[in-house]
Design a protein around this ligand. Structure first.
Ligand SMILES: CC(C)(COP(=O)(O)OP(=O)(O)OC[C@H]1O[C@@H](n2cnc3c(N)ncnc32)[C@H](O)[C@@H]1OP(=O)(O)O)[C@@H](O)C(=O)NCCC(=O)NCCS
Length: 172
């Protein structure tokens, strides 16, 4: 499934979206990617997928994955605080998982703050399993990161699971 075939509210992120996406990141993360780092991510279209979710022409969510060998690393997943708990996060992760499968990748991984129970619960719904910690991973707070993995995403059952999770097909 290519992004253009998914719900119209999801689309690939463009450089013009940077200000809105950074505003959301600043609301929820203690530290955020710099503008130059963000631009660099957007230009590496062969190995990065950056998506946004738009509601009434306003961006309220951003998600990103990075391809490393045959792995997809989820490197960002963020929903505007006013729009959390409406199924946007789960649907954005579903779109990113579709991309990982489309790109022919074999597994997915991510790091999440070990205190971030809402995100951990979301990732577990897709089958991400905790495999260990990276001590003092986050330089802003010194918090440990929980490392999570899913293997065999090329198994058709994974895509079926992902499809069943996507709650937003069009507008909210
Ligand atoms: C994590 C985040 C992306 C989830 O987005 P969301 O749109 O609020 O999530 P959804 O509404 O799609 O919820 C999906 C699931 O996530 C979990 N979840 C989301 N918010 C939760 C909360 N406040 N408490 C507990 N679980 C929660 C639940 O398992 C939920 O499933 P349910 O609706 O069946 O209970 C969002 O909370 C966020 O932007 N957090 C700040 C940034 C962040 O921590 N990102 C993850 C970095 S690794």
């Amino acid at each position: 499934m290519k992004l253009k075939e998914t719900a119209p509210a999801f689309r690939l992120m463009k450089e013009n979206d940077l200000i809105e996406v950074m505003e959301i990141n600043e609301l929820v993360y203690p530290t955020v990617w710099s503008v130059s780092f963000f631009k660099q991510q957007l230009r590496q279209t062969d190995s990065r997928v950056n998506i946004v979710f738009e509601l009434e022409k306003k961006i309220v969510g951003h998600g990103a994955l990075m391809k490393v060998a045959d792995e997809a690393h989820i490197i960002s997943l963020v929903v505007h605080p006013l729009h959390q708990k409406k199924g946007i996060g789960v649907s954005m992760l579903s779109v990113l998982c579709h991309h990982a499968v489309d790109m022919g990748l074999k597994s997915m991984t991510l790091e999440v703050r070990k205190s971030n129970e809402s995100a951990i619960s979301l990732y577990k719904k897709f089958g991400f399993s905790p495999v260990g910690f990276r001590t003092n991973y986050y330089s802003d707070t010194g918090e440990d990161a929980l490392i999570m993995w899913i293997h065999d995403i090329d198994d058709p059952e994974f895509l079926m699971k992902v499809k069943s999770k996507q709650r937003i097909k069009g507008d909210l």
